[in-house]
Write a protein that binds this ligand. Structure first.
Ligand SMILES: [Zn+2]
Ligand SMILES: [Zn+2]
Length: 269
């Protein structure tokens, strides 16, 4: 058992050791990167009041992140889950997608990625906490995806962390602006962003405890990543007119390909 790394790849590169981190090392790497993700959430929450540079910065960040996440989900996470769990993976990918759809968009009365400008939706303060609760389910699976990636291979963990970190600032910004729309204090916005970071750490710990089910964790989080890319971020990208934003999505896709080439030529060299 080589921890799920496709055998042909490990053999061809002669890098079985490099490619299959131990449980403890993948847990520590994941926790370190999870902490960085949490800080990015708090940074996103902190720039809500910084106008107007944060709007343009975020639009391009969301576009880059959506392309990177889409490519990671479809070219890395989905094929690897199908390889590791051919029977269960299709159902779990679909389930992951539907879990986030339910908790982000069916259960809260109002939620979408990007800046929250619909203050009238938040006259009842519980709407803001439902949005936070929904987003917390998503960030929990961000943690599951990072940990399952590093349990399988350093490459998969690295590319999944790329997909996570590229949407953490917009994530923090989103929940910070929800709190602003609900007329909560700035501290409440930063607190909500911190809750997202903590839930991601819990997702990492949960995957470490249930590490024997790593292929199921990867399949579920592949569906979650697909949802966040295609149904949270792309709709925000589509609000921006012009070719520059579409090219930024393509750049995100290209970045995954470049990263793959760089990573494997480094290991082979
Ligand atoms: Zn809104
Ligand atoms: Zn996320």
């Amino acid at each position: 058992m080589n921890g799920g790394m496709p055998a042909h790849l490990g053999r061809a590169l002669g890098t079985d050791q490099l490619m299959t981190p131990s449980l403890m090392s993948s847990l520590w790497i994941s926790l370190g990167l999870g902490a960085i993700s949490g800080l990015a959430n708090i940074f996103g929450g902190a720039i809500v009041s910084a106008r107007p540079w944060s709007r343009t910065f975020l639009a391009y960040f969301i576009a880059l992140g959506s392309g990177f996440m889409l490519a990671t989900a479809l070219t890395e996470m989905v094929p690897e889950s199908l390889h590791l769990a051919p029977i269960a993976a299709p159902v779990l990918i679909l389930l992951g997608y539907l879990i986030v759809h339910y908790f982000e968009h069916s259960w809260p009365a109002h939620f979408h990625f990007g800046e929250e400008t619909h203050a009238d939706e938040f006259l009842n303060p519980s709407v803001a906490y439902m949005a936070l609760g929904g987003l917390t389910i998503h960030t929990f699976f961000d943690g599951v995806s990072i940990a399952s990636g590093f349990l399988i291979s350093n490459w998969l963990g690295t590319v999944i962390f790329g997909a996570v970190i590229l949407h953490n600032v917009p994530e923090g910004f989103t929940i910070g602006s929800v709190m602003t729309a609900a007329r909560k204090s700035r501290a409440a916005g930063l607190g909500a962003a911190t809750v997202l970071g903590v839930s991601r750490i819990l997702g990492i710990l949960a995957m470490a405890v249930a590490h024997q089910f790593v292929s199921y964790g990867l399949a579920l989080s592949a569906g979650v990543t697909l949802y966040v890319a295609a149904s949270d971020l792309i709709p925000e990208v589509n609000k921006m007119p012009g070719p520059k934003i579409a090219l930024t999505v393509a750049a995100g896709v290209g970045l995954v390909i470049l990263l793959r080439l760089a990573f494997f030529s480094y290991l082979a060299g």
